[in-house]
Design a protein around this ligand. Sequence first.
Ligand code: ATP
Ligand code: MG
Length: 426
Amino acid sequence: MANTIQAIRGMHDVLPEQTPLWQYAETIIREILGAYGYSEIRLPIVEKTELFKRSIGEVTDIVEKEMYTFDDRNGDSLTLRPEGTAGCLRACLEHSLLNNQIHRLWYYGPMYRHERPQKGRYRQFIQLGVETYGMSGPEIDAELLLLMDRLWKKLGIRDQVRLQLNSLGTIAERAVYREKLVDYFHAHLEQLDEDSLRRLQTNPLRILDTKNPAMSEVVANAPELMAYLGAESTAHFNAITTILNELGISYEINTRLVRGLDYYSKTVFEWVTDALGSQGTVCAGGRYDSLIEQLGGKANHAVGFAMGMERLLALMETLETIPLAKPVDVYMVRVGEKAQQAGLRFAELLRDALPALKLQVNMEGGSFKSQFKKADKSGADFAIILGDDEVSRDEVGIKSLRDEQGQQMLSQSQALAFLQRYLLSR
Ligand code: ATP
Ligand code: MG
């Protein structure tokens, strides 16, 4: 191995044995997004660095220390996207999608952050992002939460995640609160760690987000943002919790939940789990109306969330009852020169007639015995067998690889009908 090249630290391959679980989750995600009338948007992985500086904010962890930024050959500063919200909004503004229009969008793909790799935290990771535009009322915030609740149920992990909800109010409300918070922390400077002392200057709300257990007490006693919300923000928040109560979705109000990014207002939420250590947030989002103007658009409304696929899959890996697709249904064994030709022809005929059938043809040759070993190993349910005998009688053999029943000899059309019944019966 000394001379082989390894992947970049924190950037992982998804190997063939892992892809069925990914595909299973992806299929359900698409189904549920479809059930709520959301459309897919596909976005570039690289954007101008300026886009992230302007949207995420200069004093956030992402922009301060996590971005993969480089100059391209023209000398333009570009960045591998650390998240999708900014690019999605950039695209919608660029293509005038927000003029008196409502949108419910989603995207799916890799994001890049130069973080310290550990379980649930990688340098390339996959996010599902969901963004809605043009809706100011609390119902759309609630719809996103309903959609996620449905997703957890369908994926079988509803018991493992909890919804935490908070309101950050408007920018003006937050400014008043920010002063109170700064006063409070100044009175408790000796309890702040180095990170928090820095944040006190730049982004004091983020101190509430600390993962340092030594600071839990000083944070627990800090003033609460909820107390500084105006009537409109409070009504918006209460309307969301009323919908959740009516539809039986449980949640916790977490007044310390501030989220890492600068652009949120009013609603913020996280779906968290205790099963993944300190990488416990599976999905996070909120309302970010003000970002639209910040990126040069007209005043408008936006709510969205992003979900980390690796963390989601880590939760699903513990489940025992996932019906994962097999790569091969039927394995074709061919022995003899005529059988090789006839087999290829029959395989193509089967693929014409039964596009859903996963048929793998042995190409390595060898005896019946060695080919049957490979058939077993492939995980297929049936073997199709062609030897020169079968070919001379214009027949094929079919044998179950799951039970001890012997080989049946069938005409090609009988074999096709047999496999058609097999597909229907699954
Ligand atoms: P954290 O607090 O765990 O760093 P974050 O606030 O930086 O998360 P967001 O920017 O809100 O995360 O991203 C949304 C989701 O994307 C997270 O809840 C998580 O599931 C996933 N995510 C974020 N960063 C990573 C990463 N480095 N590796 C894997 N998943 C990630
Ligand atoms: Mg982070």
